[in-house]
Design a protein around this ligand. Structure first.
Ligand SMILES: [Zn+2]
Length: 128
């Protein structure tokens, strides 16, 4: 699958997750409330800039921590609520996610993580 297709697939899944959450928790019948729409925009942007593309790990297992603290908390809340319900909404996506949660990071991701670790160490050393 092409990299752009993979991102597109993830983005579609994330949009569904946001919808499940917003419909149940914010009583939105169609579309998203302002808060959820903003969060979805934010996540989509971060995802398309993920440094570990194309074979990124699931965010929960990632070392990069590219979400800001307040956003991360919201994402966590949404995932905790909508995650288990995704098996009814989009079983294929739910299963894909479960598989990536259990699988080891690909060699490319492991290498990138190592590089990042080294980079952070040198940055620490250079810090005043
Ligand atoms: Zn909402």
């Amino acid at each position: 699958m092409l990299m752009t297709e993979r991102i597109q697939q993830k983005l579609t899944t994330i949009a569904k997750i946001a919808q499940v959450y917003c419909r149940a928790c914010h009583a939105k019948r169609t579309g998203l409330c302002e808060e959820c729409a903003e969060l979805l925009d934010y996540v989509s942007l971060r995802l398309s800039h993920c440094p570990f593309l194309p074979d990124r790990p699931v965010c929960a297992k990632c070392l990069a921590h590219c979400y800001k603290a307040d956003k991360r908390e919201k994402i966590h809340r949404v995932m905790r609520f909508a995650g288990p319900r995704m098996i009814f909404v989009d079983p294929a996506a739910a299963i894909r996610h479960l598989i990536s949660l259990r699988s080891k990071p690909s060699p490319a991701v492991r290498q990138a993580m190592k590089r990042r670790e080294l980079q952070q160490k040198t940055e620490d050393k250079n810090a005043p």
